[in-house]
Write a protein that binds this ligand. Structure first.
Ligand SMILES: [Mg+2]
Length: 173
């Protein structure tokens, strides 16, 4: 199968990074649990929302993300038996291109550059499976869309859901 895998909130813990940076800079006490069902920026005082929304434009933001639990092990196995591509709408934040490339080379060195698609719209992707946390990416995919659970999408319905990488392994390995 030809499988596309998103980066942010699927293999890279962007959500956790927003919380960590906010707590550090504003002496906050946000947790994943208290933000459940929402975007992080919506959970902070109005005066701080702009700061959180601009985290992704900062140098280094995408380079220092933690990999999502079990993503490295499962992607490595998927890569052995399927045609695997990383597909990230990186053009939303042009500064992220080099950082995402470096981050993948560090944490997912088994994925060659020819299988890394840093793109704009994902509507152009044609394949068998797309694993993504955002409904607007899954809606336009012609194959099987798997919605990867992230704190922001726990109330979203309408897509086949995977809650973690072990569940992906059960479905696709
Ligand atoms: Mg994402």
């Amino acid at each position: 199968m030809k499988i596309f895998v998103d980066m942010d909130e699927v293999i890279a813990d962007t959500y956790g990074a927003h919380i960590d940076i906010y707590n550090q800079e504003f002496n906050g006490n946000l947790t994943t649990e208290t933000c459940m069902g929402n975007e992080v920026w919506k959970m902070v005082p109005t005066a701080h929302q702009d700061s959180v929304r601009k985290h992704a434009t900062r140098r280094g933001f995408f380079r220092n993300l933690r990999p999502i639990e079990n993503s490295i092990e499962v992607l490595s196995k998927l890569n052995d038996v399927h045609e695997l591509y990383i597909a990230s709408a990186a053009m939303q934040f042009p500064n992220s291109l080099e950082e995402k490339s470096d981050w993948l080379n560090e944490h997912f060195p088994f994925i060659p550059w020819q299988h890394i698609i840093l793109c704009g719209h994902k509507h152009i992707l044609r394949g068998d499976v797309l694993i993504d946390d955002r409904s607007y990416n899954l809606e336009h995919f012609n194959g099987r869309g798997l919605q990867f659970t992230s704190p922001h999408n726990i109330r979203t319905t309408g897509f086949e859901r995977v809650n973690n990488w072990l569940e992906v392994a059960e479905k696709l390995l």
